[in-house]
Design a protein around this ligand. Sequence first.
Ligand code: PEP
Ligand code: MN
Length: 355
Amino acid sequence: MTDLTPLFLGQSAEPLYIAGPCSAESREQLLTSARGVKRAGVEILRAGIWKPRTKPGSFEGIGDRALEWLAEAKREYDLRIITEIATPQHLDLALKAGVDGVWIGARTTTNPFATQQIADALRGVDTAVIVKNPVIPDVDLWIGAIERIYNSGVRRLAAVHRGFGTHQTTPYRNAPHWSVPIELHRRLPNLPILSDPSHIGGRRDLVAQLAQQALDLGFSGLMIECHPNPNEALSDAQQQITPESLKELIAQLQLRRSTNEGDLLSDYRLHIDSIDSRIIELLAERMDIAREIGSFKRKHGMAVVQHDRYNKLLVAAEAKAESMSIRKEFIHQIFSAIHEESVRQQLDLETETKA
Ligand code: PEP
Ligand code: MN
């Protein structure tokens, strides 16, 4: 993809900031958001109109009617406007309302039939298209969706990393799995990748640090959910920030140095950081399972430590480590510490149930 052009015509330099409410809720809420976003120095307003909600019965967006409010925000505050589309019909209505771009949400990107239908409808249309990552951490599925859109002739194209659904214990709503966008960048180096720290974090107190992490990793911009009264938001209330916080967040971001010879080292370091965070996530997943095992043992009157099992595990881990040029004493130390923590977690569970 060497012939991509900037996402928005006349776009100023990176990073590219997009902000706005998760959903358009009322004319007043949208116009207030637009004013706040503009005051924070952001030129592109996002708002969802058709909301793909996990559970039926939750707020599913205002629908077509809200397009007029977006168009009004564009005129009134001289902003560019984008919204999520999931069908060719959404695309048609959004384009008629004068949107400057559309994004394809995580649930839609997961479905190749849906992305192909949108791609077909985009043939011959000059608009910005932003493809969020699929719900599962499958880089090929993400690239597949991007290629479908590209093959329709769209050249104003970007990806958004919004994290991946997980059943693991993580502090995030959607696990970042940084290695996935890093791999996307390796495979499609010309494609801008933006980060959506709001959907990754799921909590407003995590948004600023995730935004900084994304810029440190070399992402091209950010999409941030911003609502004039976040606690009252009809969707994603916990992760939206006020326009004032948005302004402050942007002011505090440290922009990454442009490319020079120091960058290779920093790329290695960032890669190490992403591996370290995967190690922690894997340990958390292992502890979750240990606790499950703990309750099974308790139910069946079994002792917490099964020596046979622990010895077998150690021998296997040491052998594997040696075959990969890691000293077995080192692995022994690490696994003893992991095992000790697992046992502690299982014992905690025992005292919890007795209490
Ligand atoms: C959104 O941006 O509000 C949204 C629904 O995002 P995602 O598709 O990433 O869940
Ligand atoms: Mn949202």
